[in-house]
Each structure stands twice: as C-alpha cells, then as structure tokens.
Design a protein around this ligand. Structure first.
Ligand code: ADP
Ligand code: DP6
Ligand code: CO
Length: 346
C-alpha cells in the first residue's frame, strides 16, 4: 500500500464539501418550543427535491483569526453570518477545536424566498463542517445537528419523504434534543412530482424564524392548528403508505392553508401570500375541476409548489406557466439526502 503524501492527507482532513437539496413540507413545521435548541411545537413531514442544490465547502483556517463566510459569491455579514458562526461554534465545541473556518456556500435556490434555502443551506453546512472538523456523525446525528442551524434543514439529510419528530414525549430537554431529528418515511407506490411556481424570487421581509415566533406568541389560531396538524400527520402517513396521491395532496393543501391562517391572525399579521399566489391557487383548482389531481402548498413566501402525479407534471407546469406571467415554473421529483462530495467529484 502506498502512503499518501502528508500534505494531501491533511488537506483531506481539514477541508470538506457537501451538497444538499431543499425539502418542501407537506405537513408544516411552524413554531418552536425551544429557540436555542430549535425544538419544534409540531411534527412535520416533507419531500426532498431533486432540484436547487446547495454546495458548501468548509476549510479549517487556523491563521485567519475569525470565520470568513462567502454566501452566493458575497462576503456574508449581519444575521446570515451570525447564524453560520453560531453553527460553527456548536461544531467546534463538539470537536474540542477553537480553529476558525473559511466557508463558501452557493445556493441554486433563491435565498430567503420561501423555497427552503435555509434547509439545503444548513444541511450542506452540517455535513461539510462536521467532516472538516472530523466529527464522524451518522445521518441521524447530522440531522439533529442541522436542526440547530434551521429546523427544516434536519429533513434534508434524508432523500424522498422524511418526518421530523418534535420529541414532545421526552421527559427532559436533553432527551427531547436527542429525540428531535428526521428519518425516512415508509411510502407505498407513489410517483409524485412537485411543480414549483416561482412568482417572486426576491427575499422575504420577515424571516421564517421571526414570523413563526410572532405567530406562536400572538395568534389565537396557532393552538388549534397545532392540534389539527397532529391529526393531519397521522392521516398523511396512512395516505403515503397507501400511495394515495389525492389524499396526500388534500391533506398537504389544508395543512398549509391552515398554517397561513395562523399567520394572518397574528398581531400584527404576517402575510406571505401575494395576488400572484392566489392566481396560481385558482389555476390549481381549475386543474382539479378538469380531473387532474394537483394540490398546492406554500411556505414562508409567495411561491407555490404543486403536488401531482409525475405523468401529469408537464400538463400542470404548462397550466401554471399561463398563470405566472413574470415567473418561472420548474418540475421537481423526490431527490437525494445531503451528502459529502469527494475531491474527485464523486
Ligand atoms: P428560506 O425560505 O429560504 O428557507 P428563511 O427565512 O428560512 O428562508 O432563511 C433564510 C436564511 O437562511 C438566510 O437569510 C440565511 O441566514 C440562511 N441561509 C440561506 N442559505 C444559506 C446557506 N447556503 N448557508 C447558510 N445559511 C443559509
Ligand atoms: C414554512 O426551518 O426556515 O417552511 O428553524 O427558524 O430556521 P428556522 O425556520 P425554517 O422554517 C420553515 C417553515 C416552513 C415550513 C416547513 O418547512 O416545515
Ligand atoms: Co427556511
């Protein structure tokens, strides 16, 4: 066996790249019960997409004195930088390291537009940073770690459909922290597509984090939605297992509209849905009237994701293109979980 040159070995140990895809929740995460640990108030369930990957490289940089972060080609500052540095601090604490890092992350999904950039972003960062600092974590531990960056990120560790356990049954906060991670969901014969109608790729004015905090604190509709969401999840699991796309879509659509109702009732109201969103929702209704099973879900932004059967995806996309004059429409299928990218590009 040939020994590798030392410089190469060290390079491999201190630098790592990862790719992660965004995930879209069919049963939404909205509301935290612990802000620091990012423990959610409800279980949630999502589909990881095969489009819009984020690629993140983390390199240990002992001589820089502090973390240097590039996000989408620009030096990060303010809140985005603060969140990444806080995440690296968590990784360093576990690694017993004080070494700063140079982070370079590129989203292909619009950032902060309600298309889950925080999910692909922190899933990729969790995989890359834990590898660079030599943590050696399995997918469950990486999911727990990614959760600390952005709750929805814990689901992007897994491909296809994933459920994020809130860990509500745990007796202590430490046990809840352990219990709160994502895992793959058992599915029957589904061949789904998610048609993404980007009506506005611009960044939101209120972050998901701030909006859900305000909703929990002030919305009289929050508690009833959280109760009904637990029932939605049970029904959703059964619908996925049965491969019943109509039921999956109906449950997802009502769960999302209910979440937006909680925000509209917050004080002051949080409204992410725009006139363009409602135009797309009308088009989805018309598709159903025409006999095509198509169901909408929206996150913290005006963009609409439409669940349908994969053979119907082109018809659905064409219909939505007619409804989003200035926007774009992209078809997604279930995609892979977050993973390291090897130096040779594998
Ligand atoms: P989104 O709907 O895009 O998930 P959020 O309000 O949840 O919007 O989060 C947006 C924030 O997520 C950004 O302001 C930034 O702090 C963080 N973020 C986005 N992309 C990345 C990335 N690639 N790496 C690290 N953090 C990211
Ligand atoms: C509406 O995971 O972005 O997309 O944990 O504060 O980073 P933080 O929030 P984030 O919230 C996502 C909310 C949602 C629903 C979902 O993805 O489940
Ligand atoms: Co987000």
């Amino acid at each position: 066996m040939r020994a590798e040159p030392l410089a190469h070995t060290q390079e491999r140990r201190t630098r790592a790249t990862a790719v992660a895809h965004p995930n879209i929740a069919l049963i939404k995460y909205w509301g935290k019960r612990d802000e620091n640990l990012v423990l959610p108030r409800v279980d949630s369930l999502s589909m990881t997409l095969d489009i819009f990957p984020t690629t993140t490289t983390v390199r240990l940089a002992p001589d820089t004195g502090h973390d240097i972060v590039t996000l989408n080609g620009r030096t990060a500052e303010g809140e985005p930088l603060r969140r990444i540095v806080a995440f690296l601090d968590l990784v360093r604490e576990r690694a017993g390291s004080a070494c700063p890092a140079v982070v370079d992350s590129e989203n292909t999904v619009p950032t902060g537009a309600g298309l889950a950039s925080s999910a692909s972003g922190f899933a990729a960062l969790a995989v890359a940073a834990s590898a660079a600092y030599g943590l050696g974590l399995d997918a469950t531990a990486l999911s727990r770690l990614a959760r600390r960056g952005s709750g929805s990120a814990c689901r992007s560790l897994f491909g296809g459909f994933a459920v994020w356990h809130a860990g509500l049954d745990a007796a202590t906060v430490a046990e809840a922290d352990l219990a709160s991670h994502a895992e793959p969901v058992l599915c029957g014969d589904l061949d789904p597509a998610l048609v993404v109608a980007v009506v506005d790729a611009g960044p939101k004015t209120v972050s998901s984090r701030a909006a859900m905090r305000r909703t929990v604190d002030t919305s009289p509709l929050y508690e009833p939605w959280a109760v009904s969401s637990a029932r939605d999840l049970t029904e959703m699991r059964a619908a996925l297992l049965a491969g019943d796309i109509e039921a999956v879509g109906e449950i997802a659509e009502r769960n999302a509209l209910g979440m937006h109702a909680t925000m509209l009732a917050a004080r002051p109201a949080v409204r992410y849905l725009s006139p363009a969103t409602l135009t797309v929702l009308d088009r989805v209704l018309r598709l159903r009237q025409d006999g095509i099973p198509a169901y909408a879900t929206m996150d913290a932004g005006p963009n609409v994701k439409v669940l349908c059967r994969r053979p119907d995806a082109d018809t659905v996309a064409e219909a939505l293109r007619g409804a989003v004059a200035d926007g774009s429409v992209v078809v997604a299928a279930p995609g892979p979980g977050a993973r390291p990218v090897h130096e040779d590009g594998r």
